[in-house]
Design a protein around this ligand. Sequence first.
Ligand code: LLP
Length: 421
Amino acid sequence: MDHFLYRDGQLFAEDVPVAEIAAQVGTPFYLYSLNTLLRHFTLFDEALSWGPHLVCYAMKAASNQAILTALGKAGAGMDVVSGGEYARAKAAGVPGERIVFSGVGKTKEEIRLALEGGIRQFNVESEPEMRAISEVAQSMGVEVPVAIRVNPDVDAKTHAKIATGKSENKFGIPIARAKEVYAEAAALPGLKVVGIDVHIGSQLTQLEPFEQAYRKVAELTEVLRAEGHEITRLDLGGGLGIPYARSNEAPPLPSDYGQLIQRTVGHLGCEIEIEPGRLIAGNSGLLVSKVIYLKNGEGRDFLILDAAMNDLIRPAMYDAHHEIIPVMESEVATELAPYDIVGPVCESGDTFAKGRLMPPLKAGDLVAFRSAGAYGAVMSSEYNTRPLVPEVLAKEVQFAVIRARPTYEDIINRDTVPEWL
Ligand code: LLP
């Protein structure tokens, strides 16, 4: 459920007509619905209400300060994967005790930054990283809680580029070596072993891979406890998928996921942390774009939009499907026709959809990409010197630009031409 609905044939973001925002902001732009974001967070929070828990929003999905501030105020923790994300979370007012630090290669500078500003726990990804955290913590005279990310060798049954839980993936330590690594962690100064961390991939549309992974984590918890480790927290990662194509996908709901967690690890009495990103932000955001031209090609028609692969890379990168809908529905019942929907960037990869059935559209018409709130704006670039797309947040009848579109001058002035040139 989201708050992007048609009223009298016109698409609204909450109570604001999308066309009105487009007229003020210009296209393309990302548009988020605050109440959808908050609702998705609350669904996870409620799904874990059977026990102590913290929902740490994986802010890599959408990290605008306004989004972080809203979720932080609602009580969310944050899952960060870089010094930059840590700085964003803090700047949004999220206290260190609600921030977990994940990520495969934390540098000593990033570790120090988090220790200075306060951190709930580091999710350790390897033995060398564990030693680095120990070294920095010890040099600062502090002890920091850590969970070790285990790789359970489970097939997440998702796109290969976003699967992380198989032994060939770069993430975590092999679960078979966990006993050994926990023993070393317990002996290292500056570290307090508190838990186990696991994350097997993103856009999972079935519960079964989660179940396999969480059962392995439950088993490991017993093993480590028997070895004398105090395991009080389980970080179960993110990854729950969303419906991109509304017609044929129905991924499990956060409530089903919460029950699965209770069933698999609930008996251990641990505090549960989860790190959802996509499910919170994905269907809370649209990318709004305008048709520049309709071009009749050889045996196919192209809809050329003012949004391109630099604004939304997911179709080019993961062959991802995004629904593309008109902002104004046609008044009469019309036949759909197939279009190749493309952007203006000089690559054939700049194709959003091939042979997509669309109602008749003409130059100047607005369209919206659905499910673009997660991994949309954050993965955009200025390739072809196309300014970064602005972001807009709607709340009931209000909306605000939460990241402005840079001017060409802003972009050019970021570069420096050496005097000696
Ligand atoms: N925790 C960790 C350690 C992660 O690596 C990720 C995502 C998450 C949580 C959040 O997963 P989510 O709930 O959003 O599925 N750019 C790709 C997705 C990359 C996901 C990376 N890790 C895409 O556009 O599909």
